[in-house]
Design a protein around this ligand. Structure first.
Ligand SMILES: C[S@@+](CC[C@H](N)C(=O)[O-])C[C@H]1O[C@@H](n2cnc3c(N)ncnc32)[C@H](O)[C@@H]1O
Length: 254
């Protein structure tokens, strides 16, 4: 039977890949790489570098597929993402059917860990529900950008016995985060920390964490907010893309 591995590769540092991931990558016949256009070609390059660095055999193939764009004319965010997942499902179905022989293994290299803000496992659920192609799959965990951020700032994510809330920039203003002590924010294209928070909290911010473009900044949100906005904007212009993540912490919490 065909087999598909969903492999977490860490979030930018090629040395964050696990031994399990390396061992699995060496079993793979075909790597499917989603590309998101020229601006994010760094992310495709990192995946290819990881393959070259860690795979001993030379007989594997890499197939690059252009990721469909989300349709901006669909007003509802959830519907927009669902339509996008369906488009991805049809692409994956065709790829598995046409590019993998019955006894071969394919792999999708997922940024960070597949369980955190990534659509791959949802797409696989859809594929399984359609029941058109038969395959088994396995998930290999990776180091998330949350862990990478904490390690680079040399911080704990929680105070003693406290919980940690992980959310998105989009949700930050609507979540009841004001009472929470430790909030990790991902997928924030709009600097949501500006409007959403008590300015007395501390921020631990990182962009391109783990890569050679890494930028880290921390301190009182009220003091660092403008610098982060300016640095973020300049980096996005310079590199053509940006990925950043931050922890907001109530300063009473340690
Ligand atoms: C689609 S999510 C993918 C998350 C990924 N699955 C993980 O485990 O970290 C992309 C978001 O993750 C965060 N992210 C991923 N890699 C990052 C990095 N190297 N530096 C900073 N943020 C990163 C950013 O918030 C970005 O908007």
């Amino acid at each position: 039977m065909r087999k598909l591995y969903v492999i977490g590769i860490g979030s930018g540092n090629p040395e964050h890949i696990t031994i399990e991931a390396i061992r699995t990558m060496n079993l793979v016949d075909v790597f499917f790489v989603m590309s998101k256009g020229e601006a994010k070609s760094d992310l495709v390059r990192l995946r290819k570098d990881i393959c070259e660095r860690y795979i001993d055999k030379t007989s594997y193939r890499t197939i690059e597929v252009v990721d469909p764009e989300r349709d901006p004319s669909i007003a509802s965010y959830v519907s927009r993402v669902e339509v996008w997942h369906e488009q991805r499902t049809l692409i994956w179905e065709a790829l598995i059917e046409n590019e993998l022989k019955e006894d071969q293994c394919g792999a999708i290299l997922v940024w960070g860990d597949p369980a955190l803000y990534d659509s791959t496992l949802r797409v696989i659920d859809r594929l399984t529900a359609r029941n058109k192609i038969c395959f088994e799959y396995e998930v290999i965990p990776g180091i998330t950008s949350v862990q990478a951020l904490a390690a680079r700032h040399k911080i704990m994510l929680n105070g003693i016995g406290e919980s940690i809330h992980i959310t998105t920039g989009r949700q930050l203003s609507t979540d009841l985060v004001h009472d929470l002590k430790n909030v990790v924010v991902m997928l924030d294209g709009e600097c949501a920390f500006e409007q959403a928070f008590d300015k007395d909290v501390e921020i631990y911010w990182g962009a391109y964490v783990g890569t050679d473009k890494e930028i880290l900044l921390s301190g009182k949100l009220i003091e660092k907010m403008e610098s982060i906005k300016a640095i973020r904007q300049a980096a996005r212009v310079k590199n053509g893309w940006i990925m950043d993540i931050y922890l907001l912490r109530n300063s009473a919490s340690r």
